[in-house]
Design a protein around this ligand. Sequence first.
Ligand code: FAD
Length: 299
Amino acid sequence: LESPLYADVGGDLDVSFEFFPPKSEKMEAQLWDAIRTLEPLGPRFVSVTYGAGGTTRERTHATVARIQRETSLAAAAHLTCVEATREQIIEVAEEYWAAGVRHIVALRGDPPQAGSRFVSHPGGFENAAALVAGLRKLHPFEISVAAYPENHPDSASDAADLDNLRAKLDAGANRAITQFFFEPETFFRYRDKVAAAGIRAEIVPGIMPVSNFASVQRMSAMCGTAVPPWMARLFEGLDDHPAARQLVAATVAAELSRRLYAGGVKHLHFYTLNRAELAFAICHLLGVRAKGQVGQAAA
Ligand code: FAD
Protein backbone atom coordinates (compact mmCIF):
# COMPACT_ATOMS: atom_id res chain seq x y z
CA LEU A 1 0.00 0.00 0.00
CA GLU A 2 1.42 3.32 -0.99
CA SER A 3 -0.99 5.58 0.85
CA PRO A 4 0.02 6.83 4.30
CA LEU A 5 -1.52 4.86 7.15
CA TYR A 6 -3.61 7.70 8.52
CA ALA A 7 -4.12 10.18 5.75
CA ASP A 8 -7.36 12.02 6.46
CA VAL A 9 -10.24 10.65 4.52
CA GLY A 10 -10.82 14.13 3.18
CA GLY A 11 -12.89 17.24 3.58
CA ASP A 12 -15.73 15.96 1.41
CA LEU A 13 -17.12 13.46 3.93
CA ASP A 14 -20.44 14.37 5.56
CA VAL A 15 -21.53 12.77 8.80
CA SER A 16 -24.80 12.65 10.72
CA PHE A 17 -25.54 11.33 14.18
CA GLU A 18 -28.50 9.45 15.61
CA PHE A 19 -29.56 9.73 19.27
CA PHE A 20 -32.37 8.25 21.30
CA PRO A 21 -34.57 10.26 23.68
CA PRO A 22 -33.43 10.02 27.32
CA LYS A 23 -35.50 8.27 30.00
CA SER A 24 -33.98 9.86 33.10
CA GLU A 25 -32.13 12.99 34.16
CA LYS A 26 -28.86 11.08 34.17
CA MET A 27 -29.46 9.88 30.61
CA GLU A 28 -30.45 13.39 29.59
CA ALA A 29 -27.12 14.71 30.86
CA GLN A 30 -25.31 11.98 28.89
CA LEU A 31 -27.26 12.83 25.73
CA TRP A 32 -26.47 16.53 26.01
CA ASP A 33 -22.83 15.78 26.63
CA ALA A 34 -22.89 13.76 23.41
CA ILE A 35 -24.67 16.50 21.47
CA ARG A 36 -22.28 19.22 22.68
CA THR A 37 -19.21 17.05 21.98
CA LEU A 38 -20.32 16.20 18.44
CA GLU A 39 -21.80 19.60 17.51
CA PRO A 40 -18.44 21.23 16.57
CA LEU A 41 -17.90 18.49 13.95
CA GLY A 42 -20.61 20.17 11.88
CA PRO A 43 -22.79 17.14 11.07
CA ARG A 44 -25.22 17.47 8.17
CA PHE A 45 -28.02 16.69 10.65
CA VAL A 46 -28.63 14.87 13.90
CA SER A 47 -31.70 12.69 14.38
CA VAL A 48 -33.67 11.46 17.38
CA THR A 49 -35.45 8.09 17.35
CA TYR A 50 -39.09 7.42 18.14
CA GLY A 51 -39.66 4.61 20.65
CA ALA A 52 -41.45 1.41 19.69
CA GLY A 53 -45.20 1.96 19.55
CA GLY A 54 -44.80 5.73 19.73
CA THR A 55 -43.91 5.43 23.42
CA THR A 56 -41.45 8.31 23.29
CA ARG A 57 -43.68 10.77 21.44
CA GLU A 58 -43.24 13.56 24.02
CA ARG A 59 -39.61 12.80 24.80
CA THR A 60 -38.63 12.64 21.12
CA HIS A 61 -40.43 15.91 20.49
CA ALA A 62 -38.88 17.66 23.51
CA THR A 63 -35.37 16.48 22.51
CA VAL A 64 -35.68 17.41 18.83
CA ALA A 65 -37.23 20.81 19.62
CA ARG A 66 -34.49 21.60 22.15
CA ILE A 67 -31.72 20.65 19.69
CA GLN A 68 -33.36 22.87 17.07
CA ARG A 69 -33.75 25.75 19.55
CA GLU A 70 -30.50 25.64 21.50
CA THR A 71 -27.83 24.37 19.13
CA SER A 72 -26.48 25.18 15.68
CA LEU A 73 -27.52 21.71 14.49
CA ALA A 74 -30.26 20.76 12.02
CA ALA A 75 -32.47 18.35 13.96
CA ALA A 76 -34.40 15.49 12.34
CA ALA A 77 -37.28 13.72 14.08
CA HIS A 78 -37.97 10.03 13.56
CA LEU A 79 -41.69 9.34 13.21
CA THR A 80 -43.47 5.97 12.92
CA CYS A 81 -46.96 4.81 11.90
CA VAL A 82 -47.41 2.47 14.89
CA GLU A 83 -50.48 2.73 17.15
CA ALA A 84 -51.62 6.09 15.80
CA THR A 85 -54.24 7.47 13.44
CA ARG A 86 -53.32 9.62 10.47
CA GLU A 87 -54.66 12.65 12.32
CA GLN A 88 -52.46 11.99 15.35
CA ILE A 89 -49.37 11.59 13.20
CA ILE A 90 -50.16 14.72 11.22
CA GLU A 91 -50.57 16.61 14.49
CA VAL A 92 -47.07 15.50 15.58
CA ALA A 93 -45.64 16.56 12.21
CA GLU A 94 -47.38 19.96 12.47
CA GLU A 95 -45.84 20.45 15.92
CA TYR A 96 -42.42 19.77 14.43
CA TRP A 97 -42.97 22.24 11.62
CA ALA A 98 -44.10 24.88 14.15
CA ALA A 99 -40.94 24.21 16.22
CA GLY A 100 -38.77 24.90 13.16
CA VAL A 101 -37.93 21.24 12.51
CA ARG A 102 -37.69 20.65 8.76
CA HIS A 103 -36.46 17.04 8.53
CA ILE A 104 -38.43 13.86 9.32
CA VAL A 105 -37.10 10.29 9.25
CA ALA A 106 -40.31 8.54 8.17
CA LEU A 107 -40.72 4.92 9.27
CA ARG A 108 -43.36 2.26 9.52
CA GLY A 109 -42.08 1.13 12.91
CA ASP A 110 -42.22 -2.30 14.51
CA PRO A 111 -45.24 -4.00 16.12
CA PRO A 112 -45.49 -3.34 19.87
CA GLN A 113 -44.97 -7.08 20.55
CA ALA A 114 -41.52 -7.97 19.22
CA GLY A 115 -41.70 -10.77 16.68
CA SER A 116 -45.42 -10.41 15.84
CA ARG A 117 -46.67 -9.42 12.39
CA PHE A 118 -47.15 -5.70 11.73
CA VAL A 119 -50.78 -4.66 11.47
CA SER A 120 -51.45 -1.04 10.58
CA HIS A 121 -53.66 1.00 12.89
CA PRO A 122 -57.25 1.37 11.59
CA GLY A 123 -57.26 4.90 10.22
CA GLY A 124 -53.46 5.00 10.35
CA PHE A 125 -50.79 5.07 7.65
CA GLU A 126 -50.27 1.52 6.41
CA ASN A 127 -46.51 1.79 5.89
CA ALA A 128 -43.62 4.21 5.52
CA ALA A 129 -44.46 5.01 1.87
CA ALA A 130 -47.96 6.13 2.90
CA LEU A 131 -46.47 8.22 5.71
CA VAL A 132 -44.06 9.91 3.28
CA ALA A 133 -46.95 10.73 0.95
CA GLY A 134 -48.90 12.18 3.91
CA LEU A 135 -45.97 14.34 5.02
CA ARG A 136 -45.34 15.55 1.46
CA LYS A 137 -48.87 16.96 1.30
CA LEU A 138 -48.32 18.84 4.55
CA HIS A 139 -45.11 20.87 4.25
CA PRO A 140 -41.89 20.82 2.25
CA PHE A 141 -40.10 18.64 4.82
CA GLU A 142 -36.79 17.01 4.02
CA ILE A 143 -37.63 13.31 4.38
CA SER A 144 -35.32 10.35 5.00
CA VAL A 145 -36.46 6.73 4.96
CA ALA A 146 -34.97 3.37 5.95
CA ALA A 147 -33.19 0.96 3.57
CA TYR A 148 -32.06 -2.60 4.19
CA PRO A 149 -28.82 -3.88 2.61
CA GLU A 150 -29.70 -7.38 3.90
CA ASN A 151 -33.45 -6.97 3.24
CA HIS A 152 -36.15 -6.20 5.78
CA PRO A 153 -37.26 -9.38 7.60
CA ASP A 154 -40.83 -8.86 6.24
CA SER A 155 -39.64 -8.71 2.62
CA ALA A 156 -40.49 -11.65 0.38
CA SER A 157 -37.48 -11.11 -1.90
CA ASP A 158 -34.73 -8.70 -2.98
CA ALA A 159 -37.08 -7.39 -5.64
CA ALA A 160 -39.91 -6.77 -3.15
CA ASP A 161 -37.53 -4.94 -0.82
CA LEU A 162 -36.27 -2.72 -3.66
CA ASP A 163 -39.85 -2.07 -4.83
CA ASN A 164 -40.68 -0.92 -1.32
CA LEU A 165 -37.67 1.42 -1.27
CA ARG A 166 -38.70 2.79 -4.66
CA ALA A 167 -42.26 3.36 -3.40
CA LYS A 168 -40.93 5.45 -0.50
CA LEU A 169 -38.71 7.54 -2.78
CA ASP A 170 -41.47 7.92 -5.39
CA ALA A 171 -43.76 9.13 -2.60
CA GLY A 172 -41.29 11.98 -2.05
CA ALA A 173 -38.47 10.87 0.27
CA ASN A 174 -35.14 12.59 -0.36
CA ARG A 175 -32.72 9.88 0.77
CA ALA A 176 -32.50 6.52 2.50
CA ILE A 177 -30.42 5.63 5.54
CA THR A 178 -29.48 1.98 5.92
CA GLN A 179 -29.91 -0.51 8.70
CA PHE A 180 -26.51 -1.29 10.20
CA PHE A 181 -24.28 -3.94 8.61
CA PHE A 182 -20.73 -5.05 9.28
CA GLU A 183 -18.99 -5.78 5.98
CA PRO A 184 -18.33 -3.05 3.38
CA GLU A 185 -19.19 -5.52 0.60
CA THR A 186 -22.70 -5.84 2.03
CA PHE A 187 -23.24 -2.15 1.33
CA PHE A 188 -21.53 -2.16 -2.06
CA ARG A 189 -23.58 -5.13 -3.28
CA TYR A 190 -26.75 -3.37 -2.12
CA ARG A 191 -25.75 -0.08 -3.78
CA ASP A 192 -25.23 -1.99 -7.03
CA LYS A 193 -28.68 -3.62 -6.74
CA VAL A 194 -30.28 -0.26 -6.02
CA ALA A 195 -28.56 1.29 -9.03
CA ALA A 196 -29.50 -1.68 -11.26
CA ALA A 197 -33.12 -1.15 -10.19
CA GLY A 198 -32.86 2.41 -11.54
CA ILE A 199 -33.03 4.05 -8.11
CA ARG A 200 -30.92 7.21 -8.08
CA ALA A 201 -31.47 8.60 -4.56
CA GLU A 202 -28.65 8.90 -2.05
CA ILE A 203 -28.26 5.77 0.11
CA VAL A 204 -26.48 6.68 3.34
CA PRO A 205 -24.78 3.82 5.22
CA GLY A 206 -25.81 3.54 8.88
CA ILE A 207 -22.80 2.65 11.05
CA MET A 208 -23.26 0.93 14.40
CA PRO A 209 -20.10 0.94 16.51
CA VAL A 210 -20.08 -2.34 18.44
CA SER A 211 -18.88 -2.09 22.01
CA ASN A 212 -21.34 -4.53 23.57
CA PHE A 213 -21.15 -7.62 21.40
CA ALA A 214 -23.94 -9.57 23.14
CA SER A 215 -26.49 -6.78 22.71
CA VAL A 216 -25.51 -6.15 19.09
CA GLN A 217 -25.88 -9.88 18.43
CA ARG A 218 -29.45 -9.73 19.79
CA MET A 219 -30.33 -6.62 17.76
CA SER A 220 -28.79 -8.13 14.62
CA ALA A 221 -30.85 -11.31 14.98
CA MET A 222 -34.04 -9.21 15.20
CA CYS A 223 -33.34 -7.03 12.19
CA GLY A 224 -31.68 -9.60 9.94
CA THR A 225 -28.13 -8.21 9.99
CA ALA A 226 -25.44 -10.87 9.53
CA VAL A 227 -22.78 -10.89 12.25
CA PRO A 228 -19.51 -12.02 10.67
CA PRO A 229 -17.61 -14.78 12.50
CA TRP A 230 -14.53 -12.56 12.90
CA MET A 231 -16.54 -10.23 15.11
CA ALA A 232 -17.31 -12.86 17.74
CA ARG A 233 -13.63 -13.75 17.78
CA LEU A 234 -12.65 -10.09 18.11
CA PHE A 235 -14.76 -9.54 21.23
CA GLU A 236 -13.81 -12.81 22.89
CA GLY A 237 -12.19 -12.26 26.29
CA LEU A 238 -13.15 -8.58 26.49
CA ASP A 239 -16.13 -8.91 28.84
CA ASP A 240 -14.15 -7.52 31.76
CA HIS A 241 -12.33 -4.90 29.72
CA PRO A 242 -14.78 -2.09 28.90
CA ALA A 243 -12.07 0.36 27.91
CA ALA A 244 -10.49 -2.13 25.51
CA ARG A 245 -13.94 -2.85 24.05
CA GLN A 246 -14.37 0.87 23.28
CA LEU A 247 -11.01 0.98 21.53
CA VAL A 248 -11.85 -2.10 19.48
CA ALA A 249 -15.29 -0.67 18.64
CA ALA A 250 -13.80 2.61 17.40
CA THR A 251 -11.16 0.81 15.34
CA VAL A 252 -13.63 -1.56 13.65
CA ALA A 253 -16.18 1.17 12.86
CA ALA A 254 -13.48 3.53 11.57
CA GLU A 255 -12.08 0.78 9.33
CA LEU A 256 -15.54 0.03 7.92
CA SER A 257 -16.06 3.76 7.35
CA ARG A 258 -12.70 4.16 5.59
CA ARG A 259 -13.48 1.28 3.24
CA LEU A 260 -16.89 2.77 2.46
CA TYR A 261 -15.29 6.15 1.74
CA ALA A 262 -12.72 4.45 -0.49
CA GLY A 263 -15.69 2.96 -2.36
CA GLY A 264 -17.19 6.38 -3.02
CA VAL A 265 -19.44 6.95 0.00
CA LYS A 266 -19.61 10.64 0.93
CA HIS A 267 -22.05 10.59 3.88
CA LEU A 268 -22.02 8.29 6.91
CA HIS A 269 -24.79 8.13 9.53
CA PHE A 270 -23.63 7.01 13.00
CA TYR A 271 -25.86 5.26 15.52
CA THR A 272 -24.26 6.92 18.57
CA LEU A 273 -26.32 5.22 21.33
CA ASN A 274 -25.90 8.65 23.00
CA ARG A 275 -22.23 8.02 23.70
CA ALA A 276 -20.06 10.94 22.72
CA GLU A 277 -16.56 9.58 22.80
CA LEU A 278 -17.02 6.62 20.48
CA ALA A 279 -18.55 8.60 17.59
CA PHE A 280 -16.09 11.44 18.24
CA ALA A 281 -13.09 9.09 18.09
CA ILE A 282 -14.32 7.44 14.88
CA CYS A 283 -14.84 10.83 13.23
CA HIS A 284 -11.40 11.92 14.41
CA LEU A 285 -9.81 8.83 12.82
CA LEU A 286 -11.63 9.74 9.60
CA GLY A 287 -10.28 13.28 9.64
CA VAL A 288 -13.65 14.82 10.52
CA ARG A 289 -12.64 17.64 12.88
CA ALA A 290 -14.22 20.60 14.57
CA LYS A 291 -14.78 23.31 11.99
CA GLY A 292 -11.63 25.40 11.66
CA GLN A 293 -9.31 22.61 12.83
CA VAL A 294 -9.04 20.68 9.58
CA GLY A 295 -5.46 20.40 8.38
CA GLN A 296 -4.00 22.63 11.12
CA ALA A 297 -1.26 20.15 11.96
CA ALA A 298 -0.13 19.99 8.35
CA ALA A 299 -0.20 23.77 7.88
P1 FAD B 1 -41.58 0.03 5.39
O1 FAD B 1 -40.57 0.54 4.44
O2 FAD B 1 -42.95 0.57 5.32
O3 FAD B 1 -41.72 -1.54 5.21
C1 FAD B 1 -40.78 -2.50 5.63
C2 FAD B 1 -41.11 -3.83 4.99
O4 FAD B 1 -42.46 -4.17 5.29
C3 FAD B 1 -41.02 -3.82 3.48
O5 FAD B 1 -39.75 -4.13 3.00
C4 FAD B 1 -42.05 -4.85 3.12
O6 FAD B 1 -41.48 -6.12 3.21
C5 FAD B 1 -43.08 -4.74 4.18
N1 FAD B 1 -44.23 -3.96 3.70
C6 FAD B 1 -44.42 -2.61 3.79
N2 FAD B 1 -45.58 -2.26 3.24
C7 FAD B 1 -46.14 -3.42 2.80
C8 FAD B 1 -47.37 -3.71 2.16
N3 FAD B 1 -48.25 -2.75 1.85
N4 FAD B 1 -47.63 -4.99 1.86
C9 FAD B 1 -46.75 -5.96 2.16
N5 FAD B 1 -45.57 -5.74 2.76
C10 FAD B 1 -45.27 -4.49 3.09
N6 FAD B 1 -38.09 2.01 14.45
C11 FAD B 1 -38.70 2.74 15.42
O7 FAD B 1 -39.66 2.25 16.04
N7 FAD B 1 -38.30 4.00 15.73
C12 FAD B 1 -37.26 4.61 15.09
O8 FAD B 1 -36.93 5.75 15.41
C13 FAD B 1 -36.59 3.88 14.07
N8 FAD B 1 -35.57 4.44 13.36
C14 FAD B 1 -34.97 3.73 12.34
C15 FAD B 1 -33.96 4.36 11.58
C16 FAD B 1 -33.35 3.68 10.54
C17 FAD B 1 -32.27 4.38 9.73
C18 FAD B 1 -33.73 2.34 10.24
C19 FAD B 1 -33.04 1.58 9.14
C20 FAD B 1 -34.74 1.72 10.98
C21 FAD B 1 -35.39 2.40 12.03
N9 FAD B 1 -36.42 1.84 12.77
C22 FAD B 1 -37.04 2.56 13.76
C23 FAD B 1 -36.85 0.44 12.52
C24 FAD B 1 -38.05 0.35 11.56
O9 FAD B 1 -39.16 0.96 12.14
C25 FAD B 1 -38.31 -1.13 11.30
O10 FAD B 1 -37.29 -1.70 10.55
C26 FAD B 1 -39.67 -1.46 10.70
O11 FAD B 1 -39.89 -2.86 10.82
C27 FAD B 1 -39.83 -1.12 9.23
O12 FAD B 1 -39.89 0.22 9.03
P2 FAD B 1 -39.77 0.82 7.52
O13 FAD B 1 -39.96 2.27 7.64
O14 FAD B 1 -38.55 0.31 6.89
O15 FAD B 1 -41.05 0.12 6.88
